[in-house]
Design a protein around this ligand. Structure first.
Ligand code: AMP
Ligand code: ZN
Ligand code: FE
Ligand code: FE
Length: 277
């Protein structure tokens, strides 16, 4: 049994609808998945209605953009009830932060001679991220491809990049824990700063994403050891985004039934709490 715990839908910067994700999951033989959109859980309303028609288990999850010592850190949250008021309030907060940041980025891009309308970034569904900016810049002919958009303008630290007032890693963990959910360090191998990693590992995370589509075995072993030592959950997933990252396929990383059930049982527990309230 295989379960992919990291993928994105059109509710953030993935290009697949929930139906497409589920169809694909079934066709490749997954037993379940978690849709971990950036800073939103909006996919779950549709996803829970649809999943009844599929031989799949669906675990609530999300990927939050946080900062730690001024560096970007992605945190995966799992097992909350999507109805949890604490989670819902936090979603409103971080989506407002993202919207404000997007307006600032739009302004910087305009000042660099490339006017864009907000409506060009995305239809009115889910949250907008930098890949949407990149695509709009390509559509307008400002850049040849999305890579050029990132390299020249919107990549971390480039002239049109705005980080925004993202929540701190600790704040994200506090919200997740208040919702009786798990907080997991996403794709740890992408953080190259050893000091940052050392400090981050002192926080009260519950897990590390040890299995990731494009992580070499040496890295995997390193994070596996750290997780073992800390007695943290070893999660894994593909980080599938559809067409915007065509080299990564759904199910290319996964966890086994035991790990999935550990997270899933916590979700059921949280869901029961919100049903009886
Ligand atoms: P955002 O959350 O709006 O800051 O956008 C982050 C997303 O942009 C990440 O999930 C990546 O998919 C994408 N991204 C960030 N940096 C780059 C880059 N240099 N090249 C291509 N995609 C990138
Ligand atoms: Zn993404
Ligand atoms: Fe990420
Ligand atoms: Fe991701």
């Amino acid at each position: 049994m295989r379960y992919d715990l990291h993928c994105h839908s059109i509710y953030s910067d993935g290009t697949n609808t929930v139906t497409e994700l589920f169809d694909k999951a079934v066709s490749i033989g997954l037993s379940g998945l978690s849709i971990t959109d950036h800073d939103t859980i909006k996919a779950y309303k549709e996803a829970f209605a649809l999943v009844k028609n599929y031989p799949l288990k669906l675990l609530p999850g999300l990927e939050v953009s946080s900062v730690y010592n001024r560096k970007s850190v992605h945190i995966l949250g799992y097992s909350f009830s999507p109805r949890d008021p604490c989670i819902q309030k936090f979603m409103e907060k971080i989506q407002k932060i993202r919207a404000d940041r997007n307006l600032e980025m739009l302004n910087k891009i305009r000042c660099a001679g490339m006017p864009l309308d907000l409506s060009e970034l995305k239809e009115d569904i889910g949250v907008v991220g930098r890949p949407h900016f990149a695509r709009a810049m390509v559509n307008r002919g400002y850049v040849h491809n999305t890579r050029e958009a990132f390299d020249r303008y919107i990549g971390d630290g480039e002239k049109c990049f705005v980080q925004g007032s993202r929540p701190s890693a600790q704040e994200v963990l506090d919200v997740l824990h208040e919702a009786n959910a798990f907080g997991v360090i996403a794709h740890p191998h992408l953080m190259r700063n050893e000091i940052l990693i050392g400090e981050l590992l002192k926080l009260n995370f519950d897990g590390i994403e040890v299995y990731y589509a494009v992580m070499d075995s040496h890295e995997e072993e390193k994070w596996h050891k750290i997780a073992e030592k800390k007695n943290w959950i070893k999660t894994g997933g593909s980080d599938y985004h559809g067409e915007i990252k065509p080299h990564i396929d759904l199910g290319s990383s996964w966890v086994d039934e035991q790990t999935f059930e550990l997270l899933y049982q916590r979700y059921l527990e949280n869901e029961r709490l919100h049903t009886t309230q």
